[in-house]
Write a protein that binds this ligand. Structure first.
Ligand code: RB5
Length: 148
């Protein structure tokens, strides 16, 4: 299950991502917003990120104007590994090396075709583990207040 969320800037792009997920046969759950009025991205980023952290959803794709604000908000939820991407290479490697579980994009940064390409690469990439696991474990340690 893929969690989806956006602020008012990302509603149209979120619909494009819904279409992509449908075409890939991936189930999704929408955490809003769907109201085209100015709203606060942390609310929606938090709700989707919490669903990932709680195991209700496997991953999330979040959209705001730049992808940055909603990504920062989501990254405050323990257990998330957020990547804000505007290129395919970063999106794919964030999964293969960092085991990212939340992708964020900027609706004012990337067009719909590029956004769907980024999302598809991220969704279909596989975490490689191995030497990367030690580093991901270190990230978790930092999150748990441990010193490195
Ligand atoms: C809204 O104007 C904008 O600030 C928001 O969508 C996002 O880009 C913040 O990071």
């Amino acid at each position: 299950m893929i969690a989806l969320a956006c602020d008012h800037t990302g509603i149209e792009l979120k619909k494009e991502i819904m279409g992509l997920l449908d075409s890939l046969g991936l189930a999704w759950k929408d955490f809003g917003t769907n109201e085209p009025v100015s709203c606060d991205y942390p609310v929606y980023g938090y709700r989707a990120a919490k669903a990932v952290a709680d195991g209700e959803c496997d991953r999330a794709i979040l959209i705001c104007g730049t992808g940055v604000g909603i990504g920062i908000a989501a990254s405050k939820v323990k257990g998330t590994r957020v990547c804000t991407c505007s290129d395919v290479y970063t999106a794919e490697l964030s999964k293969r090396h960092n085991n990212s579980n939340i992708l964020t994009m900027g609706a004012r940064v990337v067009g719909p075709d590029l956004a769907k390409m980024i999302a598809e690469h991220w969704l279909t990439a596989t975490y490689e583990g191995g030497r990367h696991q030690r580093r991901v474990d270190m990230i978790t340690a930092i999150e748990n207040g441990e010193a490195l």
